[in-house]
Design a protein around this ligand. Structure first.
Ligand SMILES: Cc1cc2nc3c(=O)[nH]c(=O)nc-3n(C[C@H](O)[C@H](O)[C@H](O)COP(=O)(O)OP(=O)(O)OC[C@H]3O[C@@H](n4cnc5c(N)ncnc54)[C@H](O)[C@@H]3O)c2cc1C
Length: 575
């Protein structure tokens, strides 16, 4: 029997849920009270990035003389910028509408309210076997601020501005506040951002934020962190905000960007047995199912990271689980998160703080944009790429990139994390030259201490592993290159296993490392096996390390490891 799926909300979570359900053969109704595409398409990702593209172009034009191109001082036609933004939005929206039509998704344009096993719109009932709730969020106001005042806007209102503010005060130094600050700074506004937390862009690697701040402050953005706005005097032409430290900030526009409220109350969800928590989020389990087995949740309304691509992934997963197609929990290990300021910031996986909280000691690999030929050629020398690996295993756990094209190049690390690659693996992948993506290879090599052009400062070698029996296992990987142009790699993986009281300390192996023969391929040597058991453990570690070094060379690594074992008279797999 054909299953009936109703999707409540037509944002990126709802759209994907509806289209995927139709693909899987369900009869689908999607209910949307406003425009298809939700916040992302109409008030978020798409309009803001269209405007930011204009701001980037303006920066380039202003910098044209440094490229040897003389142009008169550019003039901003703000009305045309906004019009263009709207054209992009409409084009994208038509795309969603066309996709729904193509897949046979019935779109109902109305407010939906859940009533038993149906969603009611006006006098129509839409019965469901599965309901996917994707109602998203709306901008929050701030208590004590007159949100109706014509000089006060949210992230929605600012997209309807008719003129560029001279001085904009932004309350809230999160991603949305900082993106608008970056946009209007490029258009010539003076910007003050007030943030109650000690750091703007909370959750981003503090080292990166520090450097980012230094760059954007030069663009005319002032940050007042660790402070809050206590009151505002409202004038006809200007506002005056009073901060808790006695500072007063005058501005002609106030952007309140302090978070978003879920749209989950008053639409029959609680009556249907769905639990709405104290933050107004729909409570779901790992499979995105609510307390009502027929109701599923996806997107911003279930809490967590508020990102369109995550919402879409959740929408697809919720539907697949509901329809019993490849049922599995929602995997959020690799969710890139991007900030479209100038310079951009992009992140994936864990940052050092999150890794520490998870009990992971982080090994850092760094590369600066200043050393990247493509970035320099583009006039974008400001930036830093940081890769984070688990110091115990060398496996990549995350990255933060700040600089030009950061939002494009971050995905490589997502794939690497997803595939369980090590920092060394990433450094071994030949990257096209010149590309900004080379920063990934460079940072990985710097982390491994083998970058031809970069110093080892900041790089920490994988610490020796200490086993329960007291033995110490130290794994070192050596790679050398003949030249940047004609690359060939020489690798030697050496594993030493020593009893804890053995006179040969890890440092004592340094000469042995230095004298490691230069030859192609992986050579695995077992030095001084303490007991047959630790020797076998060492062999396993060497093989696993060799696998990390280069998957293709695993076979030769195994062969070499076995040969070494024979040298010491221990048959592999025994003991
Ligand atoms: C300024 C800004 C910039 C952003 N930039 C980015 C970015 O660059 N990248 C990124 O990944 N994310 C970005 N986001 C976040 C992104 O927009 C959201 O994560 C995403 O839209 C969430 O999708 P959703 O489908 O869960 O909810 P929404 O997009 O909010 O969609 C929910 C939909 O449900 C409808 N609805 C609600 N209740 C009902 C009801 N009872 N009946 C019928 N319809 C209902 C709403 O009208 C809405 O259309 C940005 C957000 C903002 C505000």
């Amino acid at each position: 029997m054909t299953q009936r799926v109703v999707v409540l909300g037509g944002g990126p979570a709802g759209d994907v849920a509806a289209l995927r359900a139709a693909q899987l053969g369900a009869e689908v109704t999607m209910i949307e009270r406003a425009e298809l595409g939700g916040t992302c398409l109409n008030w978020g990702c798409i309009p803001t990035k269209s405007l930011l593209a204009g701001a980037d172009l303006l920066r380039k034009i202003r910098d044209a003389a440094s490229f040897g191109i003389r142009v008169p001082e550019p003039e901003v036609d703000f009305a045309r910028m906004m019009e263009r933004k709207e054209e992009v939005v409409v084009t994208m929206r038509k795309g969603v509408e066309a996709a729904c039509k193509r897949r046979g998704v019935k779109v109902v344009r109305a407010q939906g309210v859940v009533d038993g096993d149906a969603v009611v719109t006006g006098d129509e009932r839409h019965e469901f076997d599965h309901l996917i709730v994707c109602v998203g969020t709306e901008p929050s106001g701030l208590p004590g601020i007159d949100m109706e005042h014509p000089r006060v806007v949210t992230s929605n209102g600012i997209l309807r501005l008719e003129r560029i503010p001279e001085h904009m005060l932004v309350i809230g130094g999160g991603v949305v506040g900082c993106e608008f600050a970056s946009l209007f700074a490029a258009l010539g506004s003076r910007i003050t951002v007030v943030e109650v937390l000690p750091q703007v862009l909370a959750g981003v690697d503090a080292r990166i934020v520090q450097q980012w701040r230094r760059i954007v402050e030069k663009q005319g953005i002032t940050f007042l962190t660790g402070r809050r706005v206590e009151s505002v005097d409202y004038g006809t032409d200007a506002l005056k905000a009073h901060l808790d430290d006695g500072t007063a900030v005058e501005a002609d526009l106030l952007l309140v960007s302090v978070g978003r409220r879920s749209q989950t109350r008053g639409i029959g969800l609680e009556e249907a047995g769905v639990i709405i928590n104290d933050r107004d989020h729909v409570e779901v389990d790992a499979f995105l199912r609510t307390a009502n087995p027929k109701v599923w949740g996806a997107g911003d309304c279930i809490g967590g990271l508020q990102l369109a691509h995550l919402g879409s992934a959740e929408g697809g997963r919720a539907v697949e689980n509901a329809l019993g197609h490849e049922v599995m929990p929602m995997d959020r290990t690799v969710v890139p998160s991007c900030i479209y300021t100038h310079p951009e910031i992009a992140m994936v996986g864990l940052n050092p703080e999150a890794a520490k909280a998870a009990g992971i000691e982080v090994k850092l690999g760094q590369a600066r944009y200043l050393g990247n030929g493509k970035a320099l050629g583009e006039g974008e020398p400001d930036g830093l790429n940081q890769l984070y690996a688990d110091a115990a295993t060398d496996r990549l756990v995350g990255a933060t990139v700040m600089g030009a094209h950061a939002v494009e190049i971050i995905h490589e690390v997502g794939v690497a994390i997803s595939d369980g690659l090590s920092m060394d693996d990433l450094g071994s992948i030949i990257h096209a030259h010149p590309t900004v993506s080379e920063l990934m290879m460079d940072a990985a090599e710097q982390g491994e201490g083998v970058a031809p052009y970069l110093s080892r400062i900041g790089a920490r070698p994988t610490p020796p592993l200490r086993h329960a029996d007291g033995s110490v296992q130290d794994v070192a990987v050596f790679r050398r290159r003949s030249s940047r142009r004609r690359r060939f790699r020489i690798r030697t993986a050496t594993t030493r296993t020593l009893p804890s009281n053995h006179p040969a300390t890890p440092a004592a192996s340094a000469p042995a490392r230095r004298s490691a023969p230069s030859q192609r391929g992986v050579r695995t040597t077992i030095v001084t096996p303490a007991t047959p058991r630790t020797a076998v453990a060492a062999r396993k570690a060497a093989v696993s390390r060799a696998r990390q070094v280069n998957r293709i060379e695993v076979r030769s690594a195994i062969t070499a490891a076995c040969a070494s074992m024979r040298v010491f008279g221990v048959a592999p797999g025994t003991a």
